[in-house]
Design a protein around this ligand. Structure first.
Ligand code: F3S
Length: 399
């Protein structure tokens, strides 16, 4: 891989220890993937934030890097293991909170914005089409590639941090044209009226064409719809697709920015009501939910408006948690939405997600409108799950 003088200086330690280690990571990655060069990135989105995942070893490593590491491009953070302000309301132990706050402070010393969200595109980090970025967190990566038309590989926490500190990344994979081209044409012959249905589509695509870039053609017509899926629907597909075996990019004909850029694939597949029903059934363990959670990926402002509207001031009978970014929570608070949801007994948490929060053992079952959320609630948190529409989730919370 070609290295320019600047990169060589960083590799020689002229930019400090953290930058040297970062450049070593980038060079190793570039060598493994046969990249020709390093390219500048406009932003980084860094995962590896929750103390539940990092532990003391990760915390110490970050504090070590924060001695002289400083970001070279705008950089944002993935969710932490708790709401950084209202962690007591989540039942987070003091010891966990202390360590979690030290992790976030270490990132801040490096110049990373403590946005703590998997929807950085709602929190000031929204790349333009064609921009190269280095993002981690599969739903954010897939949304950036597919919906925004930006270019990023699915970075891990260390490689995203390395890219942030050096301001560049090796040019391979989804930074290039060819790996972004669709490989299978998928006709969707049914309506997809909710985010849960779009998540179910991600489950079906992962089964029908694992690892292959889909070009989705929408044939079903949503009654009364103007035809274009809502951004929340595309977020749900971006979250589900890589979770269930698909790639970190998709195209939707007439909707996403690169859908018409490449030749139509010769290979075809179809998704009808049966495949969508099967996807829902595969995410239904048949248990009464103890927890209702919304906001995987982090809820948009329109979703918070819908939750407040659906609650309509009625009291919840089951635990209802809505996760969002702090930026969106503040906007929602100004509209009175946070107060409305919390007056009903729900909790609007920021900075965290229910996968990286230490919830194991606290709830045995959950209902959510996120297919990705179901997958991870089943895994690390060992819950029984059910995928449902937002309306059904709110109904379940109301009991
Ligand atoms: Fe975001 Fe956590 Fe879901 S990072 S996409 S809320 S699993």
């Amino acid at each position: 891989m070609h290295l320019d003088d600047d990169a060589r200086r960083l590799l020689d330690g002229a930019g400090g220890d953290a930058a040297r280690k970062s450049m070593e990571i980038l060079v190793a990655l570039g060598t493994i993937y046969d990249a020709g060069r390093l390219i500048p990135v406009r932003s980084a989105q860094i995962s590896g934030v929750s103390y539940a995942n990092l532990g003391d070893a990760g915390l110490e490593l970050l504090e070590d890097w924060a001695r002289d590491g400083r970001v070279a491009c705008p950089s944002t953070l993935n969710p932490a293991g708790m709401d950084l302000v209202a962690w007591r309301a989540m039942g987070i132990p003091q010891e966990f909170a202390d360590r979690q706050l030290r992790i976030v402070r270490a990132y801040e010393r490096m110049g990373v914005v403590p946005s703590c969200t998997c929807t950085p595109y709602f929190a000031g980090n929204r790349p333009a089409p064609g921009e190269h970025v280095a993002w981690s967190e599969s739903s954010a990566v897939t949304f950036a590639n597919s919906v925004l038309g930006a270019r990023t590989n699915r970075e891990g926490g260390p490689s995203a941090l390395a890219a942030a500190l050096c301001g560049r990344t090796p040019e391979y994979g989804l930074h290039l044209d060819e790996p972004r081209a669709p490989q299978v044409l998928v006709r969707v012959e049914t309506v997809l009226p909710s985010a849960a249905h779009w998540g179910a589509l991600g489950v079906a695509l992962g089964r029908l064409a694992p690892g292959r870039v889909p070009l989705v053609e929408l044939r079903g017509e949503a009654p009364g719809s103007a035809g274009a899926p809502a951004e929340e629907h595309l977020m749900a597909l971006a979250a589900a697709l890589p979770t269930f075996g698909g790639p970190s990019i998709f195209h939707v004909a007439g909707v996403t920015p690169e859908a018409g850029r490449y030749p139509r694939p010769a290979d075809g597949a179809a998704v009808g009501p049966r495949e969508i029903d099967e996807a829902f059934a595969s995410l239904d363990d048949g248990a009464e939910p103890e927890l209702v959670f919304v906001g995987c990926p982090h809820a948009s402002l329109p979703t918070l408006r819908r939750v407040a509207g659906l609650l309509g001031g009625r009291p919840v009978r089951r635990t209802l948690w809505v996760a969002t970014s702090r930026a969106v929570r503040e906007q929602a608070a100004r509209e009175g939405l946070v107060a409305a949801i919390e007056a009903s007994g729900g909790l609007v948490v920021a900075d965290t997600c229910f996968v990286v929060a230490p919830l194991a053992g606290r709830f045995r079952s959950a209902v959510t409108d996120s297919a990705k959320g179901c997958f991870y609630a089943r895994g690390p948190n060992a819950m029984k799950v059910r995928l449902a529409t937002l309306e059904e989730c709110v109904e379940a919370a109301l009991g």
